[in-house]
Design a protein around this ligand. Structure first.
Ligand code: 5U1
Length: 676
């Protein structure tokens, strides 16, 4: 079919627009379009390409779904060897690096400048562009010869299939790292567990495994991202003579570069940079294993030259390892608030990523069997980001003798009640309910926690002590505590006891949403509690509701509805609620009328950016929408305020330039409380 000129134009425009969104989303983590709007553009382009087959193009962003499987990977000879990096592990080694450079390069007594960036823990990849089009992608292999993984790499949305900009080289070979972020890794492994597929030990293995699949259609579904860090060689363009500017040039071509890249001066600048990134390490959404410094001046790089496997002008200053080996001393079991039983590995204490670790999770019983860990094994322990340390695997080669299997659990280690494994769930559960002291302790800790009734001075240790002494059996008992009991407690001065009684009294004045959340109903988090509070407005209505009505509430599906019904069917829970109300726990009446335009935030538009503590962006958006606000993904002069979590990105700069208010998470929480 003849393609009308306006359709050609429309298709071109859609491709450009989708590529630009991919760049923003995958390269800069700064999406300015909602998922629905993106999907709409994508479908529009897909339809036009189907309608006009002449417009089909391998470079179209719709062609990232992978192709039929191949039997093997072809070899690729790298035109310029892909070298590795020398490592430094301390300040002395960094000083020695600087000295080696000063001995070889002409400095004219000026301090050396370096380009600094984090060292991503992924897989090195080479991309070859011919007249702006990606024609080949290869692994590093042995540095001289790699594997042709073009079909797989083409599925990564962060990698442009076509370069942009007015200064295209004839040919360019770009190098960088393909990696998987923490969220993608967790999601992939959970999915793999469900389908009983291969579970990956860490994001690096997951990225490497995903890139080396023979079926690129599977790679297309793996959450892989790319970040450039070097240019192998170039033809038909004169590159700038600074490493930093070369990286900026790659960015102008549409290739992602590290948002943390900086130019620093002398070794002191390198050390400061390393410290700054090390402090951020736990908050980053991906694994890094150090920082890389490269001489910034390209002519100085040439003067420094190479040793056989690495350039002399670059160094990786490594961080403490996030995976280390230690001995598994025992496996104990921890009982959570809802009775879920988690096996906990007791370890010979070891420093992981700079933090001493002596306990790590083994997730659930099935994981113990799958990993085949034995008491006395040398095991690999991993700690990354904010996640709880975990036992990755035993080091089988170091198992010299027949070792004891961890005990399997039939009865709760705390209350001896029977342990069951509910159909379709990975976790084993204690059936003891409130009979179980562990569940009681955890339930009371949750009730007193900051996001629940926020009882100042009632710490975990104190709760444990009071439950063990049978001073409190349930959350209701907290409000029956009296001075003589408290002051008889170990290490409880009279002043602390008085303060605790004051905070208990103060906590009685709360919000309906906090109260619901504090009850600790399974899978009722803060956002669900708020949705329930707005919907029912009254505890009696909530307690008397039914399965169908519950599912009319935003955020409540059949599983959560079932948990709520089950909770309020238990006589002990009904008694606890009655007791709390009788003791004076109360909240302001919720008067928000139904129509959307009468809701407190009607007509206001918010943008959420960065990572919020204990709250996903979707949950925060839900809270705003429940109050009548709109939530947008881009900042404009019409935005009421931007809510900024950790690592907020460029939306803050835009908000500042437009004079739009920026709210911190605590200001957001305060707003939610005032318009609850
Ligand atoms: N960030 C970064 N990682 N990394 C790895 N830069 C960097 N440079 C490398 C390697 C192997 O090699 C240079 C020699 C280009």
């Amino acid at each position: 079919m003849e393609v009308p000129a306006d359709i050609r134009l429309q298709v071109d425009k859609l491709r450009q627009e989708i590529n630009a969104h991919n760049r923003r989303y995958y390269g800069l983590d700064d999406a300015n379009i909602t998922d629905q709007a993106y999907d709409q553009l994508y479908r529009q382009l897909q339809q036009l390409e189907q309608q006009y087959s002449e417009l089909e193009s391998a470079e179209s962003p719709t062609q990232r779904v992978g192709t039929s499987p191949s039997t093997h990977f072809e070899s690729v000879d790298h035109e310029v060897a892909m070298l590795s990096l020398d490592n430094a592990f301390d300040v002395l080694e960094m000083q020695a690096f600087e000295k080696r450079l000063c001995d070889r390069v002409i400095t004219n007594k000026a301090p050396l400048h370096f380009t600094a960036e984090p060292k991503l823990d992924g897989l090195a990849v080479s991309l070859l562009y011919d007249n702006g089009t990606l024609i080949r992608a290869a692994t590093r292999g042995d540095g001289k010869t790699g594997e042709n993984i073009t079909a797989n790499v083409r599925t990564l949305k962060s990698i442009p299939l076509v370069l942009k900009g007015r200064h295209l080289p004839t040919r360019i070979e770009v190098r960088g790292e393909v990696y998987m972020d923490h969220a993608g890794f967790e999601k992939l492994n959970n999915n793999q567990r469900q389908i009983e597929g291969k579970v990956f030990a860490n994001p690096r293995n997951a990225a490497a495994g995903s890139l080396r699949l023979l079926d690129s259609r599977i790679t297309a579904r793996r959450p892989l991202t790319f970040c450039s860090y070097a240019i192998g060689w170039v033809e038909g363009y004169k590159l700038p003579d600074s490493q930093f500017q070369r990286m900026q040039y790659l960015s102008t071509l549409g290739l992602p570069i590290s948002p943390y890249i900086e130019r620093v001066m002398s070794v002191q600048g390198c050390l400061d940079y390393r410290q700054q990134i090390l402090e951020k390490r736990d908050q980053l959404e991906f694994d890094i294993d150090g920082v890389v410094f490269k001489l910034d001046d390209i002519s100085q790089q040439q003067q420094a030259g190479y040793v056989s496997r690495a350039p002399r002008w670059a160094i990786a200053y490594k961080f403490p390892a996030q995976e280390v080996m230690t001995k598994l001393l025992e496996v104990d079991f921890q009982v959570g608030r809802t009775g879920a039983i988690t096996p906990v590995a007791r370890l010979e204490p070891v420093s992981v990523g700079g933090v001493m670790v002596s306990n790590a999770t083994l997730h659930n019983m099935a994981e113990i069997a799958r990993k085949d860990v034995r008491i006395g094994d040398v095991v690999i322990v991993r700690r990354a980001g904010d996640v709880i340390p975990e036992v990755v695997a035993p080091v089988i080669e170091q198992r010299k003798f027949e070792l004891r299997l961890p005990k399997m659990l039939t009865h709760c280690p705390v209350c001896q009640s029977e342990v069951i494994k509910p159909e379709g769930q990975a976790a084993y559960r204690c059936t003891g309910g409130l009979v179980c002291a562990a569940q009681r302790k955890e339930g009371i800790k949750h009730f007193a926690s900051r996001k629940a009734l926020d009882i100042d001075g009632l710490g975990d240790k104190l709760i444990e002590q009071m439950v063990e002494l049978k001073m409190i059996q349930s959350i209701g008992d907290l409000y029956h505590l009296e001075m003589p009991q408290l002051s008889a407690l170990e290490r409880m001065a009279e002043k602390s006891a008085t303060n605790l009684l004051k905070s208990l009294e103060a906590s009685k004045s709360t919000t309906f949403a906090r109260f619901i959340y504090a009850l600790g109903i399974r899978e009722v988090g803060q956002a669900t509690a708020e949705a329930l509070a707005l919907f029912f407005r009254d505890i009696k209505a909530l307690m008397a509701t039914n399965f169908e009505t519950l599912q009319e509430v935003d955020d409540v599906g059949p599983v959560v509805a079932d948990n709520i019904i089950h909770f309020f069917e238990q006589p002990c829970n009904i008694e606890v609620v009655a007791d709390l109300l009788e003791q004076g726990v109360h909240w302001p009446e919720i008067t928000a009328p139904d129509p959307i335009n009468a809701l407190p935030l009607a007509g206001q538009t918010f943008v959420i950016t960065g990572t919020l503590d204990g709250l996903s962006r979707e949950q925060a958006a839900l809270r705003l929408k429940q109050r009548g606000a709109k939530v947008s993904s881009s900042v404009s002069a019409k935005t009421t305020a931007v809510i900024a979590g950790e690592k907020p990105g460029s939306k803050i700069t835009k908000a500042d330039s437009l004079g739009v208010d920026v709210l911190s998470q605590s200001q957001f929480e305060a707003l939610m409380a005032t318009v609850a």
